[in-house]
Design a protein around this ligand. Sequence first.
Ligand code: SF4
Length: 201
Amino acid sequence: METVPWNIVTGCERLTPGCDNCPTYWAYLKEGKDYHPQFNVDVLREPLLNDVPTNYLVAMGSDMFHEAIKLEEITQIFEVMTLATCHTFEVGTKRIERMQVMSERHLTWKENMIAVTAVEDAKYRWRIDCLREINARRMVMFGPMVGRVGEIDMAGIEVAGVVVEDWGKARVIDPEWADELTEQCQEQGVRITNSVWLCEV
Ligand code: SF4
């Protein structure tokens, strides 16, 4: 199945040190484009117009749970994902607390949707606990790694990946940090999408 971005939301804002090398931010800056978060209603129906089963990365290079994106807009995105049953959707956020609260109150996750969060070092392991509270299929991307994550509890997590910076002023990591995550995921029966995923801009 082909994996493509669905740019239903574009733009974002630095949240944590893991964002400092955000490839999309730097690409927008280079091109003089506005990186403020915005909902792009013109592409809302895009998945519904596509008959070919596709894996959509929702708001890639952005964060649809940024505070600037309204509940009504997020609800519309979920309505489309619910209707587009032939596709799968990976919905990633670092603003996992907002995703968690909205999921409790307003959102219904279907089988074709997967909730994703990122953990860049040990300080953000708590995001896995927030993700676990969401009644959805769940995925954790470790990265871009900026430090050791250490011991992790992956109960309830279906799939994980490890992302190592290979762009911009890439921060150096100890390969053992990635290896110990991979080993723990394997021990806990969590599928690994890729042990090391190198992004290029
Ligand atoms: S949350 Fe993600 S998309 Fe937003 S600035 Fe950080 S790295 Fe970039």
